[in-house]
Design a protein around this ligand. Structure first.
Ligand code: MN
Length: 280
């Protein structure tokens, strides 16, 4: 068991808790990056403005709890992301994307709260073509265990499989408790972690403070006690086959690929994100 404490960071005007990577915990299964965005209260006029930037070697997994944002990328996707939907952009050999608050939402005060994870592509798939998938909340499977509702956001767990096209064995699950319940997270899921989103959850009797992730190795039991009103995220999967490289927005299996991506971005060699439908 390992405790990871998020550090405060920001993406433009958006405060985030950066959970992964952590010095001594670079990945949980294929999850190599985890940011909790907000919760932040925006005044009218305020919002998220992350301009186009590049990625390689990973899939971004964006899941909003409150508020939303608009995703555009170089595959041509232009998608409003509302709470509960799963958005999965695979960068493969390279793409760009932007994330912005929609002009009509920007006019009103609002709370924004969400999670963005990066999932490393396995070595044999790191160079695949970029793609984007949007799966609305209603298309996602869920499982009920006593008073718990487990939404399977990506991968496979608890006997259900999410529709998103994943490239290695993984699970990403949103658990909500309407009553007190002990949840065993099965060892067969590989490396596992629990991250609290709301309310009170405990592992081994210790309260999970906001911004704290608990990691369990493939051979360690993981049991989470959720109280009524608690919500937490489960994530993990098969361990990565070997140490990966991560630099800025790039994930790769060799340092040369990271260096090539840096040069390519400096030289304007990444495909462009069309933002002509953005009038903010
Ligand atoms: Mn990005």
């Amino acid at each position: 068991m390992q405790l990871v404490t998020a550090r405060a960071a920001s993406i433009g005007s958006l405060p985030v808790r950066r959970v992964l990577p952590f010095r001594e915990r670079r990945a949980v299964g294929p999850f190599v990056f985890l940011d909790e965005m907000g919760p932040v209260d925006f005044e009218p006029g305020g919002g998220i403005d992350v301009p186009p930037h590049p990625h390689i070697g990973l899939s971004t997994l964006t899941y909003m709890l409150e508020g939303g944002l608009h995703h555009r990328d170089s595959t041509g996707a232009s998608q409003s992301i509302d709470p509960g939907a799963v958005n999965w952009m695979t960068a493969g050999h390279g793409c760009t994307h932007s994330e912005r608050t929609e002009p009509e939402k920007r006019a009103r005060a609002r709370t924004v709260h969400g999670v963005q994870a990066w999932v490393a592509l396995p070595p044999e798939k790191a160079g695949i073509d970029p793609s984007f998938e949007h799966h609305p909340e209603a298309s996602l499977p869920f499982v009920e265990i006593g008073p718990l509702t487990l939404r399977i956001l990506a991968g496979e767990a608890f006997g259900e499989r999410a529709p998103v096209t994943v490239h290695s064995p993984l699970h990403y699950v949103d658990v909500e408790a309407s009553g007190d319940q002990l949840l065993e997270v099965p060892m067969e899921l590989g490396e596992r972690a629990v991250y609290p989103l709301a309310g009170e959850s405990r592992v081994g009797g210790s309260l999970l403070e906001p911004g704290t992730l608990v990691y369990a190795a493939p051979d360690e039991a993981l049991e989470v006690e959720l109280e009524a009103g608690a919500r937490c995220l489960l994530l993990g999967g098969a361990p990565l086959p070997r140490p990966h490289f991560i630099h800025w927005n790039y994930v790769a299996w060799t340092e040369e690929e990271i260096e090539a991506a840096k040069r390519r971005w400096a030289d304007g060699g990444f495909p462009e994100t069309d933002e002509s439908d953005f009038d903010g």
